[in-house]
Ligand binder design. Structure first.
Ligand SMILES: [Zn+2]
Length: 119
């Protein structure tokens, strides 16, 4: 059970944190959805080293994966493509973190307001 009296944050402190987070969001570049994943794969040739025991898998290959219409879409990248996309993917991850921090502040504001339900 959460207490309305514990970890109370004053409205001024809450506003300072909100302003800092939104300034950080404003400083971000374009957030590219998805993530960069290193994959090692097995091919269709059963005589290949990737089918031995222990297997020597192919790769690693750099891939960019993301959800499109609830399906995972994967694109294999060369290193130049990966270098170009990595900062955009980092911006997307950072944006999600900052959004989560804003939501935490909103929850604190609701929790500290006795006219609102205890979240
Ligand atoms: Zn193979």
């Amino acid at each position: 059970m959460t207490s309305r009296t514990s970890q109370r944050v004053g409205p001024a402190a809450l506003e300072r944190r909100r302003a800092k987070i939104t300034a950080d969001i404003a400083a971000l570049g374009l957030p590219l959805p998805g993530s960069l994943v290193e994959r090692r794969t097995r091919c269709g040739n059963t005589g290949c080293r990737c089918h031995r025991n222990p297997p020597q898998l192919h790769g690693p290959y750099l891939t960019w994966t993301r959800k499109v219409d609830n399906k995972t879409v994967t694109r294999t990248l060369d290193s130049a493509q990966a270098d170009a996309l990595l900062p955009l993917l980092d911006d997307s991850r950072r944006l999600r973190e900052l959004t989560a921090e804003l939501e935490t502040l909103a929850l604190q504001q609701v929790r500290d307001n006795p006219t609102q339900p205890d979240p």
